[in-house]
Design a protein around this ligand. Sequence first.
Ligand code: PLP
Length: 379
Amino acid sequence: MIPVIKPYLGADEAEAAAAAVRSGWVAQGPRVAEFERAFASLIGATEGVAASSCTTALHLMLHVLGAGAGDEIVVPSLSFIATANAVRYTGARPVFADVDQLTGNLSWVTVEPLLTERTRAVLVVHQAGVPADVDPLRRGCDTLGIPVVEDAACAAGSTYHGRPVGSGALAAAWSFHPRKVLTTGEGGMVTTNRHDWAGRMRRLREHGMDVSAADRHRSTQPVIERYLEVGFNYRMTDIHAAIGLVQLGKLEAMIVRRRALAAHYQQMLADVPGIRTVADPPYGSTNYQSFWIELDEQFPIGRDHLLALLHAQGVSCRRGIMATHLEPAYADMSYQPLPVTERLTARTMILPLYHTLTDVEQDHVVDVLAGAAEGRGAA
Ligand SMILES: *Cc1c(COP(=O)(O)O)cnc(C)c1O
């Protein structure tokens, strides 16, 4: 079976994790601090605040933004459910905007009609690693005094106008889940240039304490900590950060490999009727965290049928990006019509793409797709 993804982990990550264990400092400590500095500098932000996941990072980010009951936050429905869930943790209401057909991302055109005096922020997602066109969104929102923050969970290594995605962000949240390009096992981070927000997020992730456990440990004097506000336990561990530091050194090579594999898919699928492949937008480059295709009405079989067909021939694929508003957990929420979101979630699927995918395996995936397009194997 060809899996849809496989994390690119090796002996170096295992050794780094073992070294963290041997050091005796396994919770949040010096390796987390080092990983924060290294990741933020790669992204081009002055501050990195590590967290236990992107979901908790998103919650911290929205919390310091001041989101709460009575607020609206504009988000795409076409995203992993954690995007909208993080809004709900704050008590604010997610307002679902539709997405651009080509990128699957929010745009100023889809967001603008939904902005009201209750809009606390816009949370834009760089879906599947495809950079969203954030400049027009920021320009439009700036004139209204509405902050734009970013869910960059999938987008480590993607670029926007030649710079890393997230480099110009007010704040961006990242995921290091194995389903993403760069992994720590579980983990997340907020990057920002706001020193005040970073300080508050560091406190909030550690129960609202005014001194971190690491600082207290290092102190030569007994330190009595104080709890300044109600916080959370959203810490990353040094074991995770040790793995992340090794992965950071591989990121560039991983992106090069993913982009080569994506180019190969694009080339081989270009002549297959009824299939559109994800591609770089004109203003940036994607890390191809997920390589998705869209089936148009010409394609002889439906998406779910094609998934089953691929599975029967040893290829594990996934449906495309989910639509949050269609899930039972969101059944009680009202929303504007989302025709592009509903089309993309119904007609897209994700193909295998990972560092060690071989040419033979990739050719097999394409053969099954090309066969299905010609009506072969579609019994
Ligand atoms: C994966 C993902 C998340 C959640 O990341 P975790 O680290 O698993 O919490 C949030 N938003 C998007 C867009 C994602 O793809």
